[in-house]
Design a protein. Structure first.
Length: 242
């Protein structure tokens, strides 16, 4: 694959709010001997291509932890840190901040702190794949949908009779080998050319590539059950079991 041209500047932004409904203070909760956010910071710092790594947060404690692990923090306004605040606005707040200081970036890499199982190699491969495809303007990580394939799912009508999701009553179930692979957005990595991100106001569009990650890397911390599972996977990974 081609290497990134030196003139293209890449910024990684780690959005990390202080509020969390599923698991209180999860971004700085200790998991496998480190704050959760530290796993994302360290994978970003090992990347070959990132010119700048920034944590966007309104939370003082998250800011202190992030600075301890060696990255810059941009204070996020409170109105951009609510439960319903779009990630787009938080990302653009950081990009606009640097632009106001005369520093312009070409590509943005968005890394959620709740996905600690990604590796720096995943970040670099995504950047290389994006750059090597002349048509693509963005790339996101995806994982294969396996046990909950829509072919095996049903809904209930008003009388509580089962129906296929497509509304039919044809229950001929295909063998798994006959099914087309289906993927879901797993939230591990989002990358986009910034001009396209501004125009589309989203990563997801017709010029977005998919980067497949293994099932275990797609897990993210939303609640205590995720936390326990991911901590066990981190330990297994350290021991070379996965």
């Amino acid at each position: 694959m081609k290497k990134i041209r030196p003139k293209e500047k890449i910024i990684a932004i780690i959005p990390a709010r202080g509020g969390s409904k599923g698991l209180s203070r999860k971004n700085i909760r200790i998991i496998a001997e480190k704050p959760l956010i530290a796993w994302t910071i360290e994978s970003a710092k090992k990347s070959k291509y990132l010119d700048r790594i920034v944590v966007s947060t309104e939370d003082k404690e998250i800011a202190e932890v992030s600075e301890k692990y060696g990255v810059e923090v941009i204070k996020r306004p409170a109105e951009l840190a609510r439960d319903n605040s779009p990630t787009f606005d938080a990302v653009m707040h950081v990009i606009d901040y640097f632009q106001s200081k005369g520093e312009v970036f070409d590509i943005v890499v968005i890394l959620e702190a709740t996905s600690p199982l990604r590796d720096s190699e995943d970040i670099d491969k995504c950047i290389e794949i994006l750059y090597s495809n002349e048509k693509a303007r963005a790339i996101v990580s995806i994982a294969k949908l396996e046990s909950s394939h829509p072919e095996f799912n049903v809904v209930l009508n008003k009388e509580r009779f089962i129906k296929k999701i497509n509304g039919t009553s044809n229950f001929r179930t295909l063998r798994r080998q006959e099914l087309q692979d289906i993927f879901f957005f797993d939230g591990t990595i989002y990358i986009s050319y910034i001009d396209t991100y501004k125009q589309k106001r989203t990563i997801y569009h017709e010029l977005t590539l998919g980067y497949i990650v293994p099932k275990y890397k797609s897990l993210e911390v939303d609640d205590i059950y995720d936390f326990i599972s991911i901590e066990a996977l981190i330990k297994a990974k350290k021991e070379g079991k996965i």
